[in-house]
Design a protein around this ligand. Structure first.
Ligand code: BDP
Length: 684
């Protein structure tokens, strides 16, 4: 093995040096993501072989990369330490001039090597190491909303890498797996939550098997989204009732078939009784009945069920309350291998929401956060919106369920109270585009999700810096301004789209542009913007106080009282929880109307600043990526003005107040804006 390793090492170093020679300002198409060029490797290497080959790319003369059972490691790391290594835990230690990477498993050893590679590619490889790391969450998953016809729901980076055409793309899948492993992502759901039953037919399962074989060496498991009616659509049964013995039998057989093909298959992701999809409630059963039936079928193979809490119906109940109302009473009824997957906010991946009150409230069932990496509600792949601050804001939110310090991170990662599983998911922004994500900066959101899944206390600033140094340059004259751009970008989007707690002002269907006036006869009220902004001559905002829908009461004290009180509610969430008069006095002593106008203006100013910062780093960026991002920043600025004009002109019809000084006059009239019908082909 050592011999193979040495010869691989020479080859890999050579290849790597070649790639370095052309790195600085040569054209870059973004396909390499944040990583150095991959070593050339034969196709049937084990995980440990890959780890050693990757290690050979680093300028480290002597290295020993192995798993804790390897006796050679004992010379450098005590037996007790080695024994205590968890399955995904690693130690990196320099002893004399030897760099030792010891993993609790082959996968962990690979993570250890990627830890060093990150430092190397960031220009920070240290002379000596003594670190030990393990991930915050056990399951760190991407969710692909990819359809079997090759389209991607809410995807803005081209067609599906999995399902477009009949071809398998081994090189691409290896590159994908490598990128994920480099940040510790260890699983992927290959198809849309709006699942076609056909994913479980033998043709598709065979493709899933081939994909699983390609991802496995990088420590990634595959999972599938299932359609609850599959026993009817595929099995010809007259029902999908989870308590019907034929249905139970059908699922058990199907699961058996899957594990015969893919012995380490991860499990199912389920969207049921949500947005028109079938589910157990169609048969008078509960979410627990449905989830447990699947969980029992998967349990003999250690598979899990991730059951989504994204359920809402056009009822009298405030949509923001429904997931909690429906799921909390079921806590303690779920099997140990069921995890409830909860979107970060109570409504739906908006640019800003408070955290979902289900975090921390369910004590007997693991709850996993679901973030959206794809920018459905944040300007698609046209806008630069670095989302780590959004993820961080949610993870760091204090739920107070066990007093101060019970952050969303701690109540979901098992550190606040014990959980049978811990998990986190991100809806992928990946497609067949050469640069994977459509916008070069959108790669940072994939990267950041992985890094936070690995370590949920990392700061978004640290992650931005790491990513920039690996992706663009080590030069602080480039990194410092770009980090500033990234750090202001998400707030910029909030400001020019829906500040102060406003939400869901999007055009129906595509969710790209503004349509606060949106109305369609017969449309479900909870799919209309007015359901959320409630603007009228008296004021604006959703009343979710105790006097209103009482959504505030789903939060623990003191949050409940803080959110309930307009004087104490954070202004960033004010109109989420309160309907307030236009002349309500804000902390700045300005009226709500003036503050709203000036915040929209600040968003436009920030979009302008982003474009300016990008111009200032031109000398450090290759021409190809420079032009690509520059063109998108222009679109972003245009869209920021569009959003500001649309929202302010429309809300002005209720406030009947002039724009305060400092707000640029609108470029468009309200009538012009209302006539815009987006050509979504252009924007996709
Ligand atoms: C909404 C998306 C829709 C998804 C849904 C979900 O618009 O495409 O199917 O979320 O998460 O935000 O199930």
């Amino acid at each position: 093995m050592i011999l193979i390793y040495r010869s691989m090492k020479k080859k890999c170093v050579l290849l790597f040096l070649c790639s370095l020679l052309v790195l600085p300002l040569a054209a870059e198409d973004g396909s390499r993501l944040w990583l150095p060029a991959a070593p050339e490797m034969s196709e049937d290497l084990s995980t440990l072989d890959i780890a050693r080959c990757e290690m050979a790319l680093l300028p480290v003369k002597n290295a020993l990369v192995s798993t804790s059972g390897d006796r050679r490691l004992r010379r450098y790391i005590s037996k007790a330490e080695l024994r205590s290594l968890g399955e995904e835990e690693f130690i990196v230690r320099t002893v004399d001039s030897l760099c030792v990477v010891a993993g609790g498993s082959e996968r962990a050893a690979l993570y250890g090597v990627y830890r060093l590679m990150r430092d190397y590619a960031s220009g920070c490889l240290a002379a000596s190491y003594d670190i030990r790391e393990k991930p915050s969450y056990e399951l760190r998953l991407l969710n692909h909303w990819d359809n079997l016809d090759g389209s991607v729901e809410r995807g803005y980076a081209g067609r599906s890498i999995w399902w477009e055409g009949d071809t398998l793309r081994p090189a691409l899948y290896r590159a994908y797996a490598r990128a994920n492993a480099s940040v510790g992502i260890n699983g992927t759901v290959l198809n849309n939550v709006n699942a076609s039953p056909r994913v479980l037919d033998s043709l598709h399962l065979d493709k899933v098997r081939q994909i699983a074989d390609l991802l496995r060496p990088y420590g990634m498991k595959v999972y599938l989204s299932i359609n609850f009616s599959s026993p009817m659509a595929l099995g010809g049964l007259p029902t999908a009732d989870p308590l019907d013995a034929r249905v139970v039998g059908w699922w058990c057989d199907k699961v058996k078939e899957i594990y015969r093909l893919i012995p380490d298959f991860g499990g199912f992701l389920v969207k049921a009784n949500s947005e028109g999809l079938p589910g157990p409630q169609d048969y008078g059963r509960t979410h627990a009945d449905g989830a447990n039936m699947l969980a029992d079928a998967l349990a003999p193979y250690d598979g899990v069920v991730m059951w989504r809490a994204f359920v809402y119906n056009p009822t009298e109940t405030d949509r923001a309350k429904q997931a909690y109302t429906e799921f909390l009473p079921l806590d303690s009824l779920f099997r140990d291998n069921v995890i409830i997957q909860v979107k970060n906010g109570p409504v739906d991946f908006q640019p800003r929401e408070p955290f979902s009150p289900l975090f921390g409230a369910m004590r007997h069932t693991p709850v996993m956060p679901e973030f959206q990496i794809t920018q459905e509600y944040l300007g698609f792949s046209n806008h630069l919106a670095y989302l780590a601050p959004l993820y961080e804001e949610c993870l760091d939110s204090d739920t107070y369920v066990d007093g101060p310090g019970s952050t969303v991170a701690r109540v979901t990662d098992g550190s606040a109270f014990p959980l049978s599983h811990t998990a986190i998911a991100g809806v992928a922004n990946i497609g067949l585009d050469t640069n994977w994500c459509g916008h070069h900066f959108a790669q940072a959101n994939w990267y950041a999700f992985g890094r936070l899944a690995w370590c949920d206390t990392l700061s978004s600033e640290t992650i931005a810096r790491e990513w920039l140094r690996q992706t663009f340059s080590h030069d602080d004259r480039c990194v410092v301004p770009l980090k500033r751009a990234m750090m202001l970008s998400r707030e910029a989007v909030v400001d020019y789209m829906m500040p102060l707690g406003l939400h869901h002002l999007f055009a129906f269907g595509h969710h790209y542009g503004p349509e606060p006036w949106g109305y369609r006869k017969g449309m479900r009220p909870d799919w209309l913007p007015s359901y959320y902004h409630r603007a009228d001559s008296a004021g604006i905002g959703s009343d979710r106080t105790q006097a209103g829908s009482d959504a505030v009461s789903q939060y623990a004290e003191p949050l409940r009282s803080i959110y309930n009180d307009a004087g104490r509610c954070p202004e960033t969430l004010l109109l989420w929880f309160h309907h307030l008069p236009w002349n309500h006095v804000m902390a700045s002593q300005r009226t709500l109307w003036d503050e709203l106008c000036l915040t929209y203006q600040r968003g436009v100013d920030s979009a302008r600043e982003l474009a300016g910062i990008w111009q200032s780093v031109a000398p450090y960026i290759d021409a190809e990526r420079f032009a690509h991002v520059e063109a998108r920043l222009r679109v972003q600025l245009h869209d920021a003005v569009w959003w500001k004009d649309a929202c302010l002109l429309y809300f002005q019809t209720f406030s009947c107040l002039p724009f305060p000084a400092g707000v640029e006059p609108p470029v468009y009239t309200l009538d012009e804006l209302k006539r815009i019908k987006l050509d979504m082909k252009h924007h996709n």
